[in-house]
Design a protein around this ligand. Structure first.
Ligand code: DQA
Length: 143
């Protein structure tokens, strides 16, 4: 099995970006933990971080042979109909993840326009949201 991992805008600054909200782990550390966990379960990961909506969409279009997608669309979650459409178009099981609990913050974060085309959403567990997203896809694909 192979899954894509997509980190949206500003997540390249993890570690120094609002650590009280997003934690102190860097994106590289999160990716290393995810890769190790995926390897334990015989899953390969192809990881992208992008601050660019079109690049995220092109990455989804260009990797249509994968078995799952873990995506943190970051701020795009709240308004990108284009990413919503791309997830729907590729028709690959997708889990949306957020480090913070988007339902306990500003009102504009509570609404995700991308979650409705995902199997489900995991929000609020810091870096562990990504691990839970991985487990959710494995469970979805192997049961
Ligand atoms: C985020 C939550 C979003 O509201 C925010 O724009 C982000 C990160 C999270 O992982 O908690 O950039 O997706």
């Amino acid at each position: 099995e192979k899954y894509l991992v997509v980190h949206g805008p500003n997540l390249n600054l993890l570690g120094m970006r609002e650590p009280g909200i997003y934690g102190t782990m860097t994106l590289q550390q999160i990716n290393e933990i995810l890769l190790a966990e995926a390897a334990k379960h015989n899953v390969k990961l192809d990881i992208l971080q992008s601050n660019n909506e079109g690049e995220i969409i092109d990455f989804l279009h260009g990797n249509r042979d994968v078995d799952g997608i873990i995506i943190n669309p970051a701020a795009y979650s709240h308004y990108s109909i284009a990413i919503h459409d791309a997830i729907k178009a590729v028709a690959i099981p997708t889990v949306e993840v957020h480090l913070s609990n988007i339902h306990s913050r500003e009102e504009f974060r509570a609404k995700s326009v991308t979650a409705s085309v995902c199997i489900g959403q995991i929000s609020g567990f810091g870096y562990y949201s990504y691990i839970l997203g991985l487990y959710a896809l494995i469970q979805h694909n192997r049961s």
